[in-house]
Design a protein around this ligand. Structure first.
Ligand code: NI
Length: 226
C-alpha cells in the first residue's frame, strides 16, 4: 500500500526544522548506503547521531504517534530514528531496494523494515525533479508532496529519486517494523478500519459497528507479532 499522510507537521514546525537543517553538518549520503545502493546514490545526509537530526526526529515521532491515519495504516511496532537528506545540482538516487534489516543506532537492536517513510520539507515548486518513483505491482508511481506531508510505502518496493535539476529537495526518511509483517494483511486491516470509522460516523448505533470492531481486533490479535 502506498499512502500519503497529509499535514504530519504544521507549517511552523516545517519552518523551524528548515532553519535548523540549513545550519546542520551535511555529509556524503554514501556513508549509510549498502553495496548496491552506494553505486547509484548521490546525495547528502545528516549523520545518524547528528544532534539536529535527533531534535527534529523527535518532533516527527511525536507528531506521528498522535496521527490516527498513520497509526491505522502502519500499525507500527518499532520506528527507526528519522534521518535527513538533501539533493541539489543534479543529485539523484537511482533504483534500489532498502535493506531488509537495520540496526537501531547505538543499541544493536535489529528491526525489520516493513514500511519506508519520506517526509517532505521543501515545497514542490521550490525544486525541479526530485520525484520519488515507487514501483509496485500496479506500475510506477511518482510522488512529490507539499512540505509537512509524508508518503508511506512498502520497503519491499524498488524505488528511486530522480535528479534534482533546480533548487534543493529536503526530506526526512526512515523505516519502521509493523506489527503486521505482510502488506496484504496490513492493507486489509486499514481498509476495514476506515470502513468501520465511516459506518460509526454515519450510523453510530448500528449493531454492526461493534461487531465489525470486534472482527478487526480479532484479526489484529491473530496476525500481530510483537
Ligand atoms: Ni530507499
Amino acid at each position: 500500500m502506498l499512502l500519503a499522510i497529509p499535514n504530519v507537521l504544521t507549517s511552523a514546525q516545517v519552518a523551524d526544522a528548515r532553519r535548523l537543517l540549513e545550519q546542520a553538518a551535511w555529509i556524503d549520503g554514501k556513508a549509510t548506503a549498502g553495496h548496491q545502493g552506494a553505486r547509484v546514490k548521490d546525495n547528502q545526509q545528516l549523520a545518524v547521531d547528528d544532534p539536529t537530526a535527533r531534535q527534529i526526529g523527535s518532533v516527527i515521532l511525536q507528531a506521528l504517534s498522535a496521527n490516527p491515519l498513520f497509526m491505522s495504516a502502519a500499525l507500527p511496532l518499532h520506528i527507526l530514528p528519522p534521518m535527513f537528506n538533501r539533493y541539489s545540482g543534479g543529485q539523484t538516487f537511482g533504483t534500489h531496494v532498502d535493506g531488509s534489516i537495520r540496526i537501531v543506532p547505538g543499541t544493536g537492536h535489529r528491526i525489520r523494515t516493513d514500511l519506508s517513510c519520506t517526509l517532505f520539507f521543501a515545497e514542490p515548486e521550490e525544486y525541479d525533479g526530485g520525484e520519488l518513483i515507487i514501483e509496485d505491482t500496479y506500475g510506477a508511481k511518482s510522488v512529490k508532496l507539499p512540505a509537512g506531508h509524508m508518503i508511506l510505502y512498502p520497503s519491499t518496493s524498488l524505488h528511486q529519486v530522480t535528479p534534482v535539476t533546480r533548487g534543493t529537495r529536503l526530506c526526512s526518511f526512515f523505516w519502521l517494523q509493523s506489527m503486521i509483517r505482510a502488506d496484504t494483511q496490513r492493507s486489509m486491516l486499514f481498509d476495514m478500519d476506515v470502513a468501520i470509522q465511516r459506518l460509526g460516523a454515519e450510523k453510530p448505533d448500528h449493531p454492526s459497528v461493534v461487531q465489525l470492531t470486534g472482527v478487526y481486533h480479532n484479526l489484529l490479535r491473530l496476525w500481530a507479532e510483537m
